[in-house]
Write a protein that binds this ligand. Sequence first.
Ligand SMILES: CC(C)(COP(=O)(O)OP(=O)(O)OC[C@H]1O[C@@H](n2cnc3c(N)ncnc32)[C@H](O)[C@@H]1OP(=O)(O)O)[C@@H](O)C(=O)NCCC(=O)NCCS
Length: 212
Amino acid sequence: MDLIIRLETPADYGTVEDLTRESFWNVHVPGCDEHYLVHKMRYHPDFIPELDFVAVYDDKIVGSIIYTKSRIIDDALNEIGTITFGPLCVLPEYQKCGIGSALINHSRKVSLDLGYRAIIIEGHPHNYCKHGFKGSKTYNIADHEGKYPYSLLVLELEKGFLSGQNWKYYSSDVFQFDADAAAEFDAQFPYKEKKYATTQEEFQIASQAFIL
Ligand SMILES: CC(C)(COP(=O)(O)OP(=O)(O)OC[C@H]1O[C@@H](n2cnc3c(N)ncnc32)[C@H](O)[C@@H]1OP(=O)(O)O)[C@@H](O)C(=O)NCCC(=O)NCCS
């Protein structure tokens, strides 16, 4: 496959919002908000432009991965900067060809070159453990309430970097957005039917599950 991974440019923004909407539509909930999140992210201080990649196949943008700054804080209130990717998506008709993996592999190499030491994400373990992510409890990284969500996953880019402390994870506040603003943004796109899919049930279960 002749796949190119390159940085996103402002000229790609509309295309990437379209592909994000196509990829996430009805997957986690009826409809989706991820295209609004992408739209907001690029103007947020936590956005990392050096880690904002698109996958191009036959001159067409078919996938996207975007990173934002996150952080972990230990019991002594020492803070370490981490990074978080998402949304990550590939157009449905191009999925299961290795494009999502190529986006993860390329961006993690660049992350290390940029000096980042750990990637922390919220996602389904099935998609990410094969890339070396481990459950956050392995590294004693809890959410801000001190719980260990099933879907909180960690990749140490430098082995041993996270060992020896108890941490709490804080994602960027870009992920907290107004549902009405997201609906208003979506109204600018062509109509698509919102409907139920079993993947929504899996998402609900995964996002309500915690490791004891
Ligand atoms: C999750 C997502 C980004 C994965 O992208 P992708 O391009 O399909 O990922 P890959 O092709 O690298 O891997 C997917 C599967 O295809 C398989 N695969 C990869 N290349 C393959 C090939 N040439 N032939 C057959 N299978 C292949 C992989 O082994 C993997 O299998 P698995 O699911 O059984 O582990 C994509 O499905 C997506 O956009 N989903 C909707 C949005 C979403 O949920 N994003 C993630 C939020 S947590």
